[in-house]
Design a protein around this ligand. Structure first.
Ligand code: ADP
Ligand code: ASP
Ligand code: MG
Length: 408
């Protein structure tokens, strides 16, 4: 029998009525003859509230204990969902990640799934049960509770879909699918009926919060068809799938904005071989990932080096930068958290020139200064001042006529 994994996000299970509505969708899938695994997130703003609670108790809570706390949100949802299905007369059983063997590494609050022991889930499905699994959480080899990063219930769903060889993974959420830009920011953003794994991966990594980027990575790696659709209306939404040739005809598929990064600059750095490696090596040893990097042309033996890190890593990175400033004999270490990264993405960029120029011209017309630029085969990103970000996103959406294109 074919297995379908259906994930419901926080908004989709926020109230009793919504839990019941989600249960009806799961029931319909089961009654259509499929085995169903449902993955659920914490209800509404529960995860945010749990974070706030932790920081009310302590300015720097232990990450291990934070995970014990955060994972509790999803445990509430699985029990309620199982009860809602029982009320519809269907057999259902709920599981935490530990119970179904979702084993992760030990990086608390951002753990990576190492493996899933699907045997218990398979046994329950064979017995006719609907299996409900808590998203977002895992367990280490030592049985410590971990969480997989904000928004990572999507990743739980895809990891389970891959482990079970599911026919489809369905992400049920509070929007109708994947749009050309965040519909909360760009009013005329257009719903896409299809998008390639690669484009979705870029958009998700560049701030399109509709899907967790690791979920898209898993979907691509294990070739799991992935559908994003509304929990509240019956429509097919967006299919995230293998690239087909006609997708290349569309140069820009979508645009995204990311306000989670901050910029660091080391000024007056001696311009000689090995210094950049020394600076970035120091940051890397603190387990901080660096995203964009810009080094100016040297003048009079000195240069400036700027790079971006996650805002949550800013304090640690700045401390390290101040230390390295003395070591390498640089003049000043500065930080700016008020930045945003704006990006355009499309597989058609591989075969079309002039996208960067069009993007920069659009930002120039809006009098928005570009602080940093980075490109890959299928995306261009610019760092701009945070206050300009929504306007920049709208300008790019307009320039590339994303509201008008037919999707390829
Ligand atoms: P869930 O709780 O269901 O996981 P999320 O809040 O994580 O929901 O993701 C859905 C939200 O993603 C939408 O409400 C929307 O504001 C945002 N979003 C950002 N970029 C996009 C995009 N390109 N298409 C659709 N939604 C987007
Ligand atoms: N509840 C978690 C969060 O709010 C995971 C998720 O919703 O995907 O980040
Ligand atoms: Mg989400």
């Amino acid at each position: 029998m074919s297995t379908i994994v259906q994930k419901f996000g926080g908004t989709s299970v926020a109230t009793a009525e919504r839990v019941k509505a989600a249960a009806r969708r799961i029931a319909a899938t089961k009654n259509a003859g499929h085995d169903v695994v449902a993955v659920v997130s914490a209800r509404g703003n529960t995860t945010d509230e749990l974070y706030e609670l932790a920081y009310e108790i302590s300015p720097c809570p232990s990450e291990r204990e934070l995970d014990v706390l955060l994972a509790s949100g999803e445990q509430i949802s699985i029990a309620l969902m199982a009860m809602a299905l029982h009320a519809l007369g269907l057999p259902a059983i709920s599981f935490t990640a530990a119970q179904v063997g979702i084993v992760t590494d030990t990086s608390h609050t951002k753990a990576k799934i190492l493996r899933i022991d699907a045997s218990r889930m398979k046994r329950e499905l064979e017995q006719g049960n609907i299996v409900i699994v808590a998203g977002f959480q895992g367990v280490t080899e030592d049985m410590d509770i971990t969480t997989l990063g904000r928004g990572a219930s999507d990743t739980t769903a895809l990891a389970i879909a891959a482990a079970l060889g599911a026919e489809m993974c369905e992400i049920n959420t509070d929007v109708r699918g994947v749009f050309t830009a965040d519909p909360r920011i760009v009013a005329n953003a257009r719903l896409l009926d299809r998008i390639s794994y690669d484009e979705m991966l870029e958009l998700a990594s560049l701030g399109a919060g509709v899907l967790h980027s690791r979920a898209v990575e898993l979907a691509k790696k294990f070739n799991v068809p992935l559908r994003v659709r509304s929990s509240f209306e019956e429509a097919p939404g967006t299919l995230v799938c293998e690239e087909v040739e006609e997708m290349e005809h569309i140069v820009v598929r979508g645009a995204a904005m990311d306000t989670t990064e901050a910029k660091l600059t080391l000024r007056g750095v001696p311009d000689k071989p090995g210094v950049a490696a020394q600076i970035l090596g120091t940051i890397a040893r603190k387990n901080i990932s660096v995203d964009m990097i810009v080094q100016n042309i040297g003048r009079e033996g000195k240069t400036d080096l700027s790079f971006t890190v996650k805002k949550s890593d800013l304090d640690t990175a700045l401390k390290e930068l101040n230390r390295i400033k003395e070591e390498v004999g640089a003049e000043a270490a500065e930080s700016d958290p008020r930045i945003a990264k704006i990006s355009v993405v499309g597989v058609g960029m591989r075969s079309h020139a002039g996208v960067a120029e069009k993007m920069f011209a659009a930002l120039a017309r809006e009098n928005i200064n570009i602080q940093m630029i980075s490109t890959s085969e299928i995306k261009i990103s610019c760092v701009v001042g945070e206050e300009n970000a929504p306007r920049a996103l709208e300008a790019l959406h307009e320039t590339f006529e994303l509201d008008k294109q037919e999707s390829g």
